[in-house]
Design a protein around this ligand. Structure first.
Ligand SMILES: [Zn+2]
Length: 305
């Protein structure tokens, strides 16, 4: 297996380094001790954003437990020194030299630990905000397991954070050109590879083949998994694939999902970017990493989306 068809090496939101310490989530004594330890770091999140400083390098801003706002504490993990990290949803305080930023802006810029922490805390914030009631009986649920379970006090049912699997795939043809398409709400110059949600009762490979068929009417073969990353915007898990067009079938874009789809060779892609006619995905996404690897290096400079 060569680097060109093996697993993707770098994915912006799949870089977390902490031990998630899942066993400690139900250990009330450990949690109480960690919550009182002044070395513990608390990450405040509000509407998908946390405080970030940019000097000397992009980094999250934490507060010690004594200065953290009230609210449920979500255990995010423990680092190699035994320092515990918690998240809490609350208004972001004013901190000199820091400003609020979300995953789209800093997910690819933060270091490995902080990128993982921000991804985790944003995912939990979205889940808690959207799952406050029991899906069985409608009773307001209560937070348990240091933020990783919600329990219904009426019927005792437990509810875990939800993740929606979605596939994203780089499709190549017999000439090693790639398929790029424009979604219905996108600006005129924006192009990316195809993607879609996995449906109930469907495998990932089946989802890849179905989405490509639905969106552009193209049969594919050799569907191969290349990597995954969380995409908590609000709750996806993106699963990256490559696939090959099966035969020389004309593209038939579904106008409901695709405004424009076309094959691009490397020279065509470079020319379109250089001419300002095409904007490709930024480094945060699996799409960007798949395109970059196929291209054989960094794409020409351009504004990203
Ligand atoms: Zn219930």
């Amino acid at each position: 297996m060569t680097a060109k068809d093996g697993p993707l090496e770098w994915l912006a939101l799949a870089r977390g380094t902490l031990d998630r310490a899942a066993l400690n989530r139900r250990d009330d004594r450990w949690l109480a001790r960690a919550s009182a330890d002044p070395r513990t770091r608390v990450l405040i999140v509000q509407d998908g954003r946390a405080l970030v400083t940019y000097e000397p390098a992009p980094a999250l801003v934490f507060v010690p437990p004594g200065r953290a706002p009230d609210g449920d504490r979500w255990l995010l993990g423990v680092d190699g020194d035994g320092t515990a990290y918690f998240g809490v949803a609350a208004p972001l305080p004013a901190v000199e030299g820091a400003e609020p930023a979300g995953l789209r802006r800093v997910g690819a810029l933060l270091g490995d630990r902080d990128s993982g922490l921000l991804t985790h805390v944003v995912a939990l914030e979205h889940w808690h905000a959207g799952h406050r009631f029991c899906p069985r009986c409608g009773t307001p649920t209560e937070v348990a397991s240091a933020g990783h379970v919600r329990v219904c006090p009426a019927d005792g049912s437990q509810h875990f954070p939800r993740v929606d699997p979605a596939v994203i795939m780089l499709v190549t043809d017999a000439s090693d050109r790639i398929l790029l398409a424009r979604g219905p709400q996108w600006p005129a110059d924006r192009r990316s590879i195809l993607a879609g949600f996995v449906e109930p009762g469907e495998s990932l490979e089946q989802a890849v083949a179905r989405e490509v068929d639905e969106e552009v009417g193209l049969p594919v073969r050799d569907v191969r998994y290349v990597g995954s990353q969380p995409w908590p915007l609000p709750r996806s898990l993106m699963l990256g694939f490559t696939a090959k067009a099966d035969g020389d079938v004309p593209l038939r874009p579904d106008p409901e999902e695709i405004l424009d789809a076309a094959w691009y060779g490397r020279e065509e892609l470079r020319a379109a970017i250089d001419a300002g006619d095409l904007v490709a995905p930024g480094p945060l996404s699996i799409a960007a990493q798949l395109i970059k690897r196929w291209y054989g290096g960094s794409l020409p400079d351009m504004p990203h989306f």
